[in-house]
Design a protein around this ligand. Structure first.
Ligand SMILES: [Cu+2]
Length: 273
């Protein structure tokens, strides 16, 4: 059984194996397929039309399945690897071990945002940014520049306390847990972390930065914490909603999986705590 651990608790060997598996997916071309898929959904999901990956109730099950695909791809390279998660409410500075050269590398340089250290720095030759929204082919970050603070634990708690999963109109204007976690409304959790990292992470091609997976693994963990706190609440809407993935509708791009199949993460993996 796959156990997803806090990135701060990984051993040197676990970090090494995770990085090596990510680099191998990149080398073989499979990594960029994930970036492409994510960008296609970001571009297509709209508040007034069909919406699946973002700004909609299926934001959480869609990313759960997307991460499962990526984790399975990693495990096809090295079966010992699991996705770690980044609790950004705790490891909230640029000094966190997450950003050390033995793991993801640090922030970008001032002139052009280019990441200069770590396994994903352009200078290694191992991390060309191929699926991109502009001409720049190097990984960029500007940690803590566009927004100063990552969410606090108190802010996380305030969102976990919201008892309703989602509300009509089931988009970026909604009240409820999903939209507050996604960040279009309220204290802003998930969206703000993308902005805090900057660089490609602040764009539709955000999976170009491997921290994408660690960020979303924690967002996914917060969904499971919310479920534990509100055992009576469930995914909505339950049926008949135009442009929105209802509980038993299948989700694109897979077309074989429904939110109902993804509510219980223990079918696929557990967390270290
Ligand atoms: Cu996303």
């Amino acid at each position: 059984m796959t156990v997803r651990k806090n990135q701060a608790a990984l051993t040197a060997d676990e970090k090494r194996r995770f990085v090596a598996a990510v680099l191998e997916l990149k080398r073989g071309g499979r990594y960029d397929d994930f970036v492409r898929t994510h960008n296609q959904f970001i571009m297509a999901d709209t508040d007034t039309g069909e919406r699946t990956g973002h700004r909609s109730p299926s934001f959480l099950p869609w990313h759960r399945r997307f991460l499962l695909d990526f984790e399975q791809a990693l495990q096809s390279v090295d079966s010992s690897v699991a996705l770690p998660y980044w609790d950004w409410s705790t490891d909230r500075t640029v000094r966190a071990s997450l950003w050390a050269p033995d793991f993801l590398g640090g922030t970008g340089r001032g002139t052009d945002g280019r990441v200069m250290d770590g396994p994903f720095a352009a200078s290694t030759g191992n991390w060309p940014v191929n699926v991109r929204v502009d001409g720049r082919t190097f990984l960029r970050r500007s940690l803590g520049t566009s927004v100063r603070e990552l969410p606090t634990r108190a802010e996380v708690e305030s969102v976990l306390s919201i008892a309703t999963y989602d509300t009509a109109p089931y988009n970026s204007a909604s009240d409820g847990f999903r939209n507050h976690l996604e960040g279009w409304r309220g204290v802003n959790l998930h969206n703000r972390v993308h902005v805090w990292v900057g660089g490609q992470m602040a764009t539709g091609v955000s999976p170009n930065d491997p921290v994408f997976w660690l960020h979303h693994a924690y967002v996914d963990k917060l969904w499971s914490e919310w479920q534990r706190r509100h055992p009576g609440a469930s995914y909505v809407p339950a049926g008949g909603t135009p442009d929105v993935v209802d509980l038993n509708d299948t989700m694109k791009p897979w077309n074989t999986v429904r939110p109902a199949d993804l509510l219980e993460h223990t079918r696929y993996y557990t967390f270290d705590a």
